[in-house]
Design a protein around this ligand. Sequence first.
Ligand code: NAD
Length: 283
Amino acid sequence: MFERIAIVGVGFMGGSFALSVKSALSCQIFGVDINPQALERAKGLKVIHEGSTNIKELRSFRPDLVVLATPVGTFESIAKDLKECLSSETVVTDLGSVKGHLVYTVEEILGSKFVGGHPIAGTEKSGVENSVEGLFKGKRTILTPTQRTEGEALEKVKKLWELIGSKVEFMDPFLHDVVFGAVSHLPHAVAFALIDALLLLTKRTGIDLFQYPGAGFKDFTRIAASDPIMWRDIFLENRENILEAIDCYSSSLRTLRELISEKRVEELTQYLKEARENRLRIE
Ligand code: NAD
């Protein structure tokens, strides 16, 4: 399948992918990262065999697969650097949380052997030291082929995900961004904003409210401990969809505010009942 795999961005996701692939496939793994400490840690943890801070070293490694696992805002410039280092046979894929225009931008640079991908697995943790072998087992991976994507490259990437236990689904890149803008990017925005609101309330009341959160608050805001750079890039790359989702959320919150403020007891009960029923439907 693939024998020489390069991971660009040896953090939590790149590291988890490397560990999962290494345990399923006999291959050499080369890591590229701007942070030399991440590479040292990755080597120490046996996540990668070799690594470099210089992407140009991929010329001599000659990978048959390159996996982009950096924050999505870096993809375009990394793709431009990669173009000069890869043979025309190399397949490139990514683990990024945004697809849409970004897939077409990277495809424009790298050509038809680029296959957009997004594993629906992860945590709020970052860094290679938190990598998990088996992170993708039983989890979905969305692949976002375009009209141009080469069939053979797509099939090979799909097989690799299946080999590490993931369930592959195909989706249009733009549809992906609408769906995950709503079910993933919006909840992260809300969690970050909720912490910000608690900071404002702390200032207003003069009480350190961060001393008092219970289990509900902790559950709800766990994802606000996620990496700021990664989420900055996701919000900016999926700007249109996240703005629409935030507007929709603001409208729901305004309705809730009105129902409470005007003591519309029945409508308030109905609002909460409907929310509860739909939440229970997920399980
Ligand atoms: P991370 O911060 O753990 O790792 C990112 C790594 O990329 C770091 O080691 C960093 O030094 C390196 N890096 C940054 N810019 C670079 C550059 N220009 N060149 C080379 N290396 C660079 O982040 P992560 O959680 O592993 O996320 C990586 C990607 O996976 C992101 O695109 C994110 O959207 C996607 N993703 C994350 C999750 C998750 O739960 N964390 C889930 C699905 C998809």
